[in-house]
Design a protein around this ligand. Sequence first.
Ligand SMILES: [Zn+2]
Length: 293
Amino acid sequence: MVKTLVKASLILSLTFGLGQPIYAAEPIAKKQFGAMSKGSNQRARPFGGYAMGCLAGGAQLAETGPTWQAMRLSRNRNWGHPELVDFVQDLSKNAKKIGWNGIYVGDMSQPRGGPMLSGHRSHQVGLDADIWMLPPKSLKLSRNARENLSSISMRRAGGAFVNSSWTSEHHQVLRAAASDPRVARIFVFPGAKVQMCKDEKGDRAWLNKIRPWFGHHYHFHVRLACPKRARGCINQAPPPKGDGCADAQKWVDDILNPPAPKPRDPNAPKPKPRRELTVADLPTQCARVLRSR
Ligand SMILES: [Zn+2]
């Protein structure tokens, strides 16, 4: 009897590695969510914020439609809240009216949202979509072609201005996206915002939602607001009032004439390295989203 007890406690201490911090056992969120191949069998709901959340009941955007194609199918990121799937289809129809064949759709979310194994900090709740700047030549691309075709940059070398690939259709497609009441904001490189600020002669209200940001010259990034009555979905604070054109111009001016870097305060605390998100960091509903069939 005594012998058995000793044996059992020996096995226990070996198994649980004495002194191991508990959190070492917490599952890494991006591995769990990255492994999900289809949406959860739940009512559609985003949980949490754009960069810290997940998606229940995700819907898949059809890989090809009359006015769109989803790109890089191997990533399986053509998923989102049904409102995002509707929005993308509506935008593709508007693009057609404007004179494009439709749109190429880049990353949306994983089937159950959540953090991703590569790229993107946001796109976690099924309300973000990247739309390629490249106007589609064909909407009959094969799977393979969709892995290999690249979008095109709209940015002139140096980074401050649009290049000769930028057209009035780009302006109109972005305006159509920003004018949609479901849209909260759109990220695009500052040179494009400044160009649109110059070129817009009509109503400027939509420019409020166009937000200058790093990158975003091969695609623009559309972010929808939380759908109505989506409890547990966390909106971002709205952009400051006004068209935001002066801010974008300031950004461009700083690219052209970079301000002197501020000297580092030797007493300032070092920035903490970013820790991997675990499932426990996400809203509690997300563990259930993972477990759902
Ligand atoms: Zn994006």
